[in-house]
Design a protein around this ligand. Sequence first.
Ligand SMILES: [Zn+2]
Length: 383
Amino acid sequence: MIATNNTRGLYHRLQVANKLLKRSHDKDEKIALSNYMWDLYHSMEQVSSREINASEKKIFGSHKNYQKLMRRFNLYKLKMLENLVKYKGFHSDFLRDILDVVEDDTSELDDREFADTSILSEGDFYTIFFDFMKKYHLEKLFDEFVKEKRIYKVVADYDNTLGFILFNPVNQDIDIFVKDFFYNIYSLFVLAHESGHAYDFIHFDGDISAYNHYYYQSFYVETISKLFERIFLDYLFQNHILGDEVNDLLAEMEMNNYDYLLSSYVLSLLDDELLINEKYSTLSHQELINRIKKYFISEEAIGFYIQDDIHFDVWADFNYTYGNVLSLYLKEPVEEEGFDNAMMNDFLKERGRLFTPAFLEKWDITPSGYQEKHSRDMKILKK
Ligand SMILES: [Zn+2]
């Protein structure tokens, strides 16, 4: 079995993390471990579909400790929001131009007919993923996940994420969670995405302060995971594996990317004060429209941008948006030279920093450059 729903391994992780936390005197370590333990509890709930009573006291030692940690998290968040406000003008110009160039490509995807999903044998599922990882010399990592039963089946309908990963930055423990795991292309795709996070995190080499900054403040956390999505789909396409389904998945990926681009763009148009205090989430649909209508030619045009069910989350929206953009650029050197290439090495070195436009300028990342690469990819879709 490639995926398990036995939570024993997770319970063990929890005990190990708790010991590390009790021994630690490092502020960054404590933050990372506490957050990891909190997530572990919730992952156990999702794997077993049973409620687990995890009190703040149980995880953080005392309510006071919990409050101290929350203050710290809020500081990270504030830094991220201040950074967003600082470059708001840049984001709105950049994202509007990217939206313009992908609009035509993406609008055609809406009325696409999707192929049926094939059910693979366990052996074929394993081989497809193993061979993909082998192409990038990462097959050992995947084998470790399987042999040590680190891939979990998530059954609870918790939220709309397809999967997630838990990483203990102090001892490098990793577990991968795939929602509705099944031997099909969707679970393969989620596995590729989460393997990207695994690759990313293990390359922090124990610098926990940098890891925390990266994880809570930057807009780059979804870059390598999105890169893995892209190189995995290309791998399947080039090897004629699951042909039509690969096209469908690429189409779905593009539509998702587009939604995140829209949300990020709308956020970049809001007033500083709304962003810093995160008041945007309490605005009604109409209030939201009123706030940004000066940027559009008509209310009709805004209606397209702000759907009734729009939900904003700065962290997720900006991470997926810039992850999408950066991964499109990282894909070429990785496919040509493997992971050890100049752009990738630079990314790994710089990713813990806060967002700056210079980060994009350095690699000549522009809306027109994005368009060129994007339309090349989209041509594959037109069957
Ligand atoms: Zn992710």
